[in-house]
Design a protein around this ligand. Structure first.
Ligand SMILES: Nc1ncnc2c1ncn2[C@@H]1O[C@H](COP(=O)(O)OP(=O)(O)O)[C@@H](O)[C@H]1O
Ligand SMILES: [Mg+2]
Length: 369
């Protein structure tokens, strides 16, 4: 069977770049197609040399070509000599965002994303212009928690640069790598690719003017954390933990990372999640499954502000699954999130009066903690 270059281009029409929603052939990403005997070589060239989806798209091309032209040798090259700077230099990153708040935790599964989503929605409801970045590149959960899994943000030309337009939900501007790749694929992203993807969500998106930008971080301390503090001046961090001892030990590590003299991001406070369980049929009962006041006591001990407690309630879990955040309801749980939001506003204001603006971290090697 002889393969023609047009056949190859036809097949590649099916590969869509999620940011533009258009095929990579149509947008000119497929720069060259060469067929020689049994070998197909294609060259891809991305407008943005740091396009976070470069490798996913490369893989998508390989898969689809292998499937269609079985037995052929497939080579997909990324055009590497893309040194040309963008037409207009990138403006200072997120310079029109007044406060950048990182939401972090030591352990995974303690409710960091739940807290980030509810705080962002609470802030938006309170009238603040609010953004939210899902920086949990390996396990993005914000799209589901905001019922926007099907959103496909598109890019728009702003002052000569292609900028991603954040999705808007419940008054919050949101971006997540989950909008661009299948969340199950994201787990295999390697470190540098993930860091680039986060950078792009900050640098190449049209966030406009915001009062608050929340960043939902992956658990623990990682390259993503380092990328964040190197890319933008983070106003402060909030740490989410359960009152359990093992979680607290990890929370301390998280606090120490931000407080580290090389990082120097003020810790705005600790939030205790899953403080107690109250069954629906016994509304006056509180069962302290993970111990009592663990975070509250730790905050006092470390002299870190304590922002509040959130009980374990089935409706919080359900709200996460259905994508309608708890804070939008009118009940005790919603009140707990609102109290924490109020306390956070107070702490940010205090921080901005008492301390100088945070500086971006300039180090690169070996000074992580
Ligand atoms: N206070 C709570 N009560 C009940 N379920 C909760 C609570 N906080 C979080 N969850 C649920 O626990 C799971 C993990 O929460 P998540 O916010 O994704 O944690 P993390 O981002 O730290 O990994 C989710 O299914 C979420 O809905
Ligand atoms: Mg999470």
């Amino acid at each position: 069977m002889t393969i023609s270059e047009n056949q190859v281009r036809d097949i590649l029409q099916q590969v869509i770049h999620p940011a533009s929603g258009k095929s990579i052939v149509e947008t000119g990403i497929v720069k060259n197609v060469i067929v020689k005997d049994n070998k197909i070589v294609i060259e891809l060239k991305f407008e943005n040399p740091n396009d976070p989806l470069k490798n996913s798209i490369k893989r998508a091309c390989e898969t689809i070509l292998k499937e269609k032209f079985q037995g052929a040798e497939i080579e997909v090259d990324l055009n590497q000599d893309q040194k040309t700077p963008p037409k207009n230099p990138a403006p200072e990153i997120l310079s029109s965002v007044k406060n950048i708040v990182a939401v972090a935790s030591g352990k995974g599964g303690v409710g960091k994303s739940t807290v980030a989503v509810n705080l962002a929605v609470a802030f938006a409801k309170a009238g603040f212009r609010t953004g939210l970045i899902d920086a949990d590149i390996f396990g993005p959960s914000i799209p589901k928690m905001l019922q926007s899994e099907d959103s496909k943000p598109y890019a728009r030309n702003v002052n000569g640069r292609d900028m991603i337009i954040p999705v808007e939900k419940y008054g919050v501007k949101v971006l997540s790598i989950g909008f661009f790749v299948d969340p199950e694929d994201a787990t295999i992203w390697r470190g540098p690719l993930a860091s680039n993807a986060l950078k792009q969500l900050m640098t190449d998106a049209d966030w406009g003017e915001l009062d608050y930008m929340f960043i939902d971080l992956p658990p623990g301390t990682s390259d993503i954390h380092l990328t964040l503090v190197q890319t933008v001046p983070v106003t402060g961090a909030v740490i989410v933990s359960t009152p359990q001892n093992v979680a607290l030990a990890d929370a301390i590590k998280g606090i120490n990372m931000f407080a580290n003299e090389n990082i120097n991001v003020p810790v705005l406070g600790l939030i205790e999640n899953m403080s107690w369980f109250t069954p629906d049929e016994l509304p006056d009962k509180k069962y302290y499954l993970f111990g009592r006041d663990g975070c509250k006591n730790l905050a006092a001990k470390l002299n870190v502000p304590f922002l509040g407690q959130i009980p374990i309630v089935q409706s919080i879990m359900e709200a996460g699954d259905t994508g309608v955040p708890s804070v939008l309801k009118n009940d005790l749980v919603s009140g707990a999130f609102k109290t924490i939001a109020d306390n956070l506003v107070m702490q940010v204001t205090k921080r901005n009066t008492e301390l100088n603006p945070t500086e971006k971290v300039l180090i690169t090697h070996g000074k992580k903690h």
